[in-house]
Design a binder for this molecule. Structure first.
Ligand code: GLN
Length: 193
């Protein structure tokens, strides 16, 4: 398995470090050619508008969308979730691959960014909580029927899955608990069977 990390902008290096720690062959994706060589993809946190703009030259957004529609497993975090969402508030272009509506920066300004305990469903095993680093995070305000919630902060879904897409509004790459990344690795391993 070779996992790609979209490395145009944002905290891609932290994701690459986690994947390497898990023993996964990891490569940075900046072009369509890079994308063609990967079996799974991470869309990191950063700034969704900047990320979308940087994808334009190689039409990378559409190429990623095609691969994902054909089953490429994806882990999206924070800005990456906004990029994949079907709808965003305020409205901006998105790939509409994950049936959620998100409100950008809904938990407030940078100073309101925080670490908070996310309550997990059984799928992630023990412990039933994970430390969530929320940095100007989007809030998921609607989930479609095909979306399973794997983690919540209070009432809000903050970790969800739809088919091969795993999406976290927090930053699992910034803590030592690698269970969210392992969901992606397991997804790819299952897929390759
Ligand atoms: N606020 C960013 C956005 O709207 C997301 C922040 C993040 O990825 N940490 O794109």
């Amino acid at each position: 398995m070779r996992c790609g990390v979209l490395a145009l902008q944002g905290d891609w290096a932290a994701h690459a470090a986690v994947l390497r720690r898990l023993g996964v062959e990891t490569t940075m994706v900046r072009t369509a050619a890079d994308l063609a060589g990967v079996d799974a993809l991470v869309l990191p946190g950063g700034e969704s508008t900047a990320m979308l703009r940087l994808m334009e030259p190689d039409n990378l957004a559409e190429k990623i969308a095609q691969r994902v529609r054909n089953g490429l497993p994806v882990l999206a975090t924070c800005a990456g979730v906004i990029v994949l969402a079907t709808a965003t508030k305020p409205s901006q272009p998105s790939l509409a691959l994950l049936d959620v509506e998100v409100e950008r920066n809904a938990y407030g300004r940078q100073v309101h960014s925080r670490v908070a305990a996310v309550e997990l469903t059984d799928e992630l095993g023990e412990p039933g909580r994970i430390e969530g680093v929320f940095i100007r995070a989007p809030r998921i305000t609607r989930t479609g029927p095909g979306v399973t919630v794997l983690g919540r902060l209070g009432e809000d879904p903050v970790l969800v899955r739809q088919g091969g897409i795993i999406a976290a509004t927090f930053h699992p790459e910034l803590t030592d608990d690698d269970r969210v990344h392992r969901l992606l690795v397991d997804e790819e391993v299952g897929h390759g069977r």
